[in-house]
Design a protein around this ligand. Structure first.
Ligand SMILES: [Zn+2]
Length: 60
């Protein structure tokens, strides 16, 4: 069961489970923003852990 996303190439609605966009043939129609968002969250988590470690040892 998927949901509709907008193709990053043509902007038309595509099922999130689709292997390629049926409108323009883009092979991975999921928007870049999703991957960007995930890496941003990962960076944020790492930053929080580093700050926590510094705080734990009384370095700040
Ligand atoms: Zn497309």
């Amino acid at each position: 069961m998927g949901f509709l996303i907008n193709c990053r190439t043509c902007g038309k609605q595509v099922s999130s489970t689709a292997k390629m966009c049926p409108h323009c043939g883009e092979r991975s129609p999921e928007p870049y923003i999703d991957k960007f968002k995930y890496s941003l969250i990962a960076l944020l988590v790492i930053a929080i852990i580093i700050i926590f470690i510094f705080f734990l040892f009384g370095w700040i």
